[in-house]
Write a protein that binds this ligand. Structure first.
Ligand code: APR
Length: 251
């Protein structure tokens, strides 16, 4: 894409946001990539390079080999624990503040389990759970004891002795109901939907873009490798950490 096209599209996106009364934003792993957190469909490196994230993040994998799945999450927690929000997260916080001053509704929804949006000051709804929370795989109670991330040993529920697992939505599991209802409502209500750093392969989250389009919203995509989804109206191709600050400055 030439710089001229990029500028025209940035202006078009800024105009859409200025005219909108209600904005809905869905972020994915790509927004945290510039903070140093590998995306899901990146090949894993180091200790876990022979495994695919898709094969570890599932209830089947946990039932087959809870130690392996728990160790992988402890490793991921160590990988993520010192990571900080990047200019994309900061720009979305600014956008939230701008929307508030302009009396617009803005819903920020993420598929990410990290807390970089929160660290940047944003209010965010997590569709796929939280890396830093745990729960019992048996009785579903939250496990609130401190967890030592340098330790791989399996933990047990104080109520039912079930195994403790991360409070993350795995493949084949239902999304948390309250969060999903909030997302559906936000998408049905929005004039502009922005999809940022997501491959839009994993449903039901990926379906939010279609619903937004069907009910008449304009769709903006920010992606380093655009998904080529024909429903996208404005494509902002490039790094979220470079594009989003420019978009916010253009408002
Ligand atoms: N800026 C913008 N986009 C980026 C950047 C960047 N710096 N780096 C990568 N991307 C894009 C990639 O081109 C890709 O389209 O981010 C997307 C990341 O895609 P995935 O790894 O598939 O992540 P995501 O869409 O969030 O995955 C969805 O799948 O594994 C499950 O539950 C897990 O929440 C996850 C869900």
């Amino acid at each position: 894409m030439s710089d001229m096209t990029a500028l025209a599209e940035l202006t078009q996106a800024a105009d859409l946001l200025t005219q909108a009364k209600s904005i809905c934003i869905l972020t994915g792993a790509g927004i945290s990539a510039e903070s140093g957190i590998p995306t899901f469909r990146d090949k894993q490196t180091g200790l876990w390079e022979n495994y695919r994230a898709e094969d570890l993040a599932s209830i089947d994998a946990f039932e087959r080999n809870p130690q392996m799945v728990w160790s992988w999450y402890q490793w991921r927690r160590n990988l993520v624990k010192d990571k900080q929000p990047n200019p994309a997260h900061h720009a979305l916080f600014k956008l939230q503040q701008w929307a508030e001053t302009e009396h617009k509704t803005l819903a920020l929804i993420t598929q990410n389990v990290d807390d970089l949006h929160e660290q940047a000051g944003s209010k965010v709804t997590h569709l796929h759970g939280h890396l830093w929370r745990n729960k019992c795989s048996g009785c579903d109670s939250p496990y609130t004891e401190p967890v030592d991330y340098s330790q791989d040993s399996l933990l047990h529920c104080p109520h039912c002795e079930g195994l403790i697992r991360p409070d993350i939505v795995w493949f084949g599991e239902m999304l948390p109901q309250q969060e999903w209802r909030y997302a559906e409502h936000a998408v049905n209500d929005c004039d502009v939907f922005i999809s940022i750093g997501t491959s839009s392969l994993v449903y039901p989250a990926a379906g939010l873009l279609q619903v937004a389009k069907q009910q008449g919203a304009a769709i903006i995509e920010v992606n380093l490798n655009p998904t080529q989804n024909p429903l996208v109206d404005v494509e902002l191709a490039g790094k979220a950490g470079e594009i989003l600050p420019k978009l916010v400055d253009a408002l």
